[in-house]
Design a protein around this ligand. Structure first.
Ligand code: SAM
Ligand code: DTB
Ligand code: SF4
Length: 334
C-alpha cells in the first residue's frame, strides 16, 4: 500500500505540470489519481471529522464567502465562546455517531487573551474522550501555537482558500503571507497541518492549479487538505457566484491527490448541494475524508443517516484514527 521510496512525494511542482494534469482527459486523470491513491491509502476507508462552531459570527475579517463576517448581513445569530460543557456534549454526540476527529471553529481573526486558555481546556477534555482534536481559530503567534501544542492539539486548520493571485479579490483584511506564517508556526510546533481552499468563488482553473501547487510545494504537505465547494449564503458578496462544474470539482480533487499522495484530501463543505454520484467520483478521484454530522459551522451538511447509506452503497467504511508513528514524520500529538 505504501511507497517506501516516497518518489511520488514531491515539493517542486511547476505550474506547467499542474496545469497539464488539469488538462488530461478525465479518465486518464482519474486513473492516475486512483493509482497514486491506492499506493498510499486504503481505497475504501474514509476519515470522518465533525465540526462545531464554538464562537459564532461578528468576525472582523472581510472574507467574501463567509456568513460570519460582521460586514455582511446574513441574519446569523452571534454566539460568544461556548461553555466547555456544551462543547464536550457535542463531542460526545459526534464520537457516538462514529466521528474520530472533532474540529472546533471560532470566528476570530486570531484568538485573544483568556479565550485561548479556554479553548486549550476544551482540547484537553475532547482528547481525553478518545477523539482526535482539530481547531481553526484564525492567525496564531508563537506563544498561542505553543499553548495549543501543549494542550495536545492534533491538527490546526488554516486555509489558504485560493491562489495568491486571486486572493485579493476575496479577502483584504489579512495577507496571503499572514496565512503562510501561521502555517509555518503550526508545522514547526509539530502539529499536523490542515490546509486547503474553496472552489466556486469565480477563480480560474489556473488559480486552482496555483493553490494546489502552493500547498504541494510547502516544506511538508499538509496532512489534511480540505477542498470546499463554496456554500453560498445570502448576504455574502459571493452569493450568486457561478457554481463550480461538478466535473471540475472532481478534477481538482484528483490533482490534489496526485500532488499530495500521503495527505488526506477532504471532500469538505458543499456536500449538501452535491449529488451522490459527484461524491462517489470524488472518492474515486482520491478524496478520503469528509465532514460528518448535520452541521458544518453555520450551514448544513448531509444527515448522518444519508451518509451512512451512501457509505453502504459505495462499500466505504470509517477509517480508524492513525496510531502514533503511522504517519511518517507526524503523528497524533501526545
Ligand atoms: N476564522 C478562522 C479563519 O478564517 O482562519 C477559522 C474559521 S473559518 C470559518 C474556516 C474556513 O472555513 C475558511 O478558511 C474557509 O475556507 C471556510 N469557509 C468559510 N465559509 C465558507 C463557505 N461559505 N463555503 C465554503 N467554505 C467556507
Ligand atoms: C474547512 O476547510 N471547511 C470547514 C472547516 N475547514 C473549518 C468550514 C466550512 C464552513 C462552511 C460554511 C459554514 O458552515 O459556516
Ligand atoms: Fe472570519 Fe474566518 Fe469567516 Fe474570515 S473565514 S470572516 S476570518 S470566520
Amino acid at each position: 500500500m505504501s511507497d517506501p521510496s516516497g518518489t511520488d512525494v514531491r515539493h517542486d511542482w511547476t505550474m506547467d505540470e499542474v496545469r497539464a494534469l488539469f488538462g488530461l482527459p478525465f479518465s486518464d486523470l482519474l486513473f492516475q489519481a486512483q493509482t497514486v491513491h491506492r499506493r498510499y491509502h486504503d481505497a475504501n476507508a474514509v476519515q470522518v471529522s465533525t465540526l462545531l462552531s464554538i464562537k459564532t459570527g461578528a468576525c472582523p475579517e472581510d472574507c467574501k464567502y463567509c456568513p460570519q463576517s460582521v460586514r455582511y448581513d446574513t441574519g446569523l445569530e452571534r454566539e460568544p465562546l461556548m461553555e466547555k460543557e456544551r462543547v464536550l456534549e457535542a463531542a460526545r454526540t459526534a464520537r457516538d455517531a462514529g466521528a474520530t476527529r472533532f474540529c472546533m471553529g471560532a470566528a476570530w481573526r486570531s484568538p485573544r487573551g483568556r479565550d485561548l486558555v479556554r479553548v486549550a481546556e476544551m482540547i484537553r477534555d475532547v482528547k481525553a474522550m478518545g477523539l482526535e482534536t482539530c481547531a481553526t481559530l484564525g492567525m496564531l503567534d508563537d506563544e498561542q501555537t505553543r499553548t495549543l501544542r501543549e494542550a495536545g492539539l492534533d491538527y490546526y486548520n488554516h486555509n489558504l482558500d485560493t491562489s495568491e493571485e486571486f486572493y485579493g479579490e476575496v479577502i483584504t483584511t489579512r495577507t496571503y503571507q499572514d496565512r503562510l506564517d501561521t502555517l509555518e508556526r503550526v508545522r514547526k510546533a509539530g502539529m499536523n497541518v490542515c490546509c486547503g481552499g474553496i472552489l466556486g468563488m469565480g477563480e480560474s482553473t489556473t488559480d486552482r492549479a496555483s493553490l494546489l501547487r502552493t500547498l504541494a510545494n510547502l516544506p511538508e504537505h499538509p496532512q489534511s487538505v480540505p477542498i470546499n465547494q463554496l456554500v453560498q449564503v445570502p448576504g455574502t458578496p459571493l452569493d450568486g457566484a457561478e457554481p463550480v462544474e461538478p466535473i471540475d470539482f472532481v478534477r481538482t480533487i484528483a490533482v490534489a491527490r496526485i500532488l499530495m499522495p500521503r495527505s488526506h484530501v477532504r471532500l469538505s463543505a458543499g456536500r449538501a448541494e452535491m449529488s451522490d454520484e459527484t461524491q462517489a467520483l470524488c472518492f474515486l478521484a482520491g478524496a478520503n475524508s469528509i465532514f460528518y454530522g448535520e452541521r458544518l459551522l453555520t450551514t448544513g451538511n448531509p444527515d448522518v443517516d444519508n451518509d451512512r447509506e451512501l457509505f453502504r452503497r459505495l462499500g466505504l467504511r470509517f477509517e480508524e484514527p492513525r496510531c502514533a508513528g503511522a504517519d511518517p514524520g507526524r503523528a497524533t500529538v501526545a
